[in-house]
Structures are given as C-alpha cells and as structure tokens.
Design a protein around this ligand. Structure first.
Ligand code: HMG
Ligand code: MG
Length: 295
C-alpha cells in the first residue's frame, strides 16, 4: 500500500541553481530559500562547498549558510575533507557527500575514482557521526551513466551497502540523467528497501525524458516515501552531459496531494517562491503546474 505522507527534500537552491549560467545574487538565493521554507519545505539542500572554479554558482556557500531558514533540516553538500571542514566550521549540522556508482562519472564530477572517493569518505563519515552530524550520501548514476551507459543494479546496491556500513543516516539514490524506466526504479528501490531497512531511503529523479513522475510512482509502490525535488524543475549536474532539471517540486506535490498523500506543502506559496528566483535565471520555468498557474 502507498504511504499516507511523503517527505519532500527541496534541492532547488543547490541542484537547481548549480548549473545556472547567470550568477544568481546571494540575496535572491536567500529570498528563494526563505520562501520555500515558508511554503512548508522541512528539509532542504541549501548549497554546496565545492571548488568555485568547478562550480562558480556555489561560490557564496558561506554566506548562504550564515542565514539558514528556520526548518528542521538544512543540508549542505561537500565532496571532500576541505568542504566538510568548512561546513563544520560554519556550524552546519547536516552534510551530504556525493559519489557516482560509475567511475567515469565520478572522475568527471570530483576527479577521483569511485573507490578513491569511498575510501576518502569512510573515516570522515565516522568522524561526522561522532560529532552527531546527520550524514546523507547522494549516490549518482545509480541507473545510467552518461559515459558508460547502463549501470548494473548489483553495482549500485554494493555501493549503497558500503555507505550504510560506513554509517550514513540517509541514501539519496539518483537517476542523474533521467534515463531510468519505472520498472528499473521499482526494482532498485524494492531491493534497497529489502536490503537496507535501517537507513532513510530517498529517490532523486531528473526529468530529462519526462519519466520522473512515473518513476516516483514506481518508487512509492516499492515503499519509498522520501523524494528530492526542485522548485520550478530547475537543475542538473554540470558534469553530466545532457542532464537537465530535477523533477519539479510543484508537479510532485500536485500529483501526491491528488492521490491523497500529504506533503505539507502549500502550492500557492511554492509558486511565489519560484517567482522570486525566476527573473534571475537564463531559462524559463517549464513545469506543468507552474505554467498553468500563470494562465
Ligand atoms: P580537484 O581539482 O581535483 O581538487 O577538484 P584539488 O584538491 O586538487 O583542489 C583544487 C582547488 O580546489 C584548490 O584550490 C583547492 O583548495 C580547491 P586552488 O589551490 O586551485 O585555489 N578545493 C575546494 N574549494 C572549495 N571547496 C572544496 C574544495 N576542494 C578543493 N570542497 C573537487 C576536486 C572535488 C574540489 C572538484 O572536482 C569539485 O569541486 N567538484 C564538485 C562537482 C560538483 O559540485 N558537482 C555537482 C554536485 S553533484 C550532483 O549534482 C549530483 C546529485 O544531484 C545527484 C545526481 O543527480 O546524480 C547530488
Ligand atoms: Mg541531481
């Protein structure tokens, strides 16, 4: 049976903006973040501590975390020791590390092999847990890789198990380039649910081929009740050629609420949040719910 409630993890300020060409002013980002919180978002990726040479849009991470919204879980991404140390110095309490199942992708994204990343992160995760920091691991290319094609489900399961053994609290399992079929989503998330009952499991879909809502429905049927989504459907990884936006928060909330599944999110306020950031973007908001709200 489907869940009665779903947790939406808003990734717009991070995944949504990281690939945006124009630099979005820090005050605009903060306004966007606060409006998202006001719309009922309880967990949010605010920014990432990554190299400003690699991802210039995230260069204001320190300023962003200096004014966090008043919600239970403010997450920051960090790929390595340097980023994690910076996040801790600034008082962050929830950190997301990120690794690709596919080696070629991980190399392009963080300049290390998957194994090197895992080995670097294991002791760091142990330290973070000693400090009672919430640790999320984002598992990229869990279904397909832009360079290697199909990723074996067994490889994704193995990497997920390694992160759980290392002590993470949550896995966010991602279809980085929006290629998963709903049958593949059902299969992987069913296996994860069965094998990893003691970790929070979250699904992260990009909507490149317009299959994200179908994939979410399949993941719901597999027992998943946490989804990463991005307001306005913004997003994409700069190091995954062809990656486009995440599934739009408003489309997911609309679908779930229509199914009688509560999200705690106010759609009118969510649209207002998108309105604060859209003038600063080089592209237009294409999500179905947002477009209709303007007619
Ligand atoms: P590198 O060049 O191998 O790193 O990059 P390095 O250790 O040789 O350092 C190079 C420079 O970066 C040095 O500065 C370091 O200090 C600096 P310089 O001496 O040249 O002035 N540096 C840093 N600066 C700030 N914060 C840091 C940091 N680390 C080093 N943490 C590195 C390696 C990991 C830094 C680089 O590859 C990088 O920043 N990658 C980030 C890529 C990224 O942000 N990708 C998008 C997020 S993942 C994603 O979107 C997928 C997800 O949504 C799920 C899905 O959909 O699949 C999560
Ligand atoms: Mg992503």
């Amino acid at each position: 049976s489907l869940p009665k409630e779903v947790t939406i993890i808003e990734v717009g300020p991070r995944d949504g903006l990281q690939n945006e060409k124009n630099f979005v002013p820090t005050e605009t980002k903060l306004m966007f973040i606060n409006k998202l919180a006001g719309a009922g978002i309880k967990e949010m990726e605010l920014t990432s501590f990554v190299s400003p040479k690699w991802v210039p849009q995230m260069q204001d991470a320190s300023e962003i975390v200096a004014s966090p919204p008043d919600i239970p879980t403010n997450i920051v991404l960090a790929p390595n020791r340097k980023g994690i140390d910076r996040a801790l110095e600034l008082g962050c309490r929830s950190v997301a590390v990120f690794v690709g199942v596919s080696n070629s992708f991980n190399k392009k994204n963080i300049n290390k092999s998957t194994k090197e990343s895992l080995e670097e992160l294991k002791p760091i995760i142990t330290e973070l847990k000693k400090k009672d920091i919430f640790v999320r691991a984002c598992i990229s290319t869990a279904f397909y890789c832009p360079f290697e094609g199909k990723v074996a489900e067994s490889d994704t399961l193995r990497l997920c198990e390694e992160f759980v053994a290392a002590g993470v609290d949550e896995l966010s399992v991602a279809d980085t380039i929006g290629m998963a079929a709903p049958s593949e989503s059902f299969s992987l998330f069913s296996s994860l649910k069965e094998r990893l009952p003691n970790v929070l499991l979250t699904a992260h879909f990009h909507d490149t081929r317009k299959m994200a809502l179908a994939n979410i429905f399949a993941a719901l049927q597999a027992g998943i009740d946490r989804f990463d989504t991005s307001a306005g459907g913004l997003g994409g990884c700069p190091f995954a050629p062809g990656a486009t936006g995440n599934v739009a928060t408003e489309d997911v909330v609309y679908m779930l609420e229509r199914m009688g599944i509560s999200t705690g999110i106010d759609l009118t306020k969510l649209v207002e949040a998108i309105d604060t950031v859209s003038p600063a973007l080089s592209r237009k908001i294409e999500s179905g719910y947002y477009q209709l709200s303007k007619k």
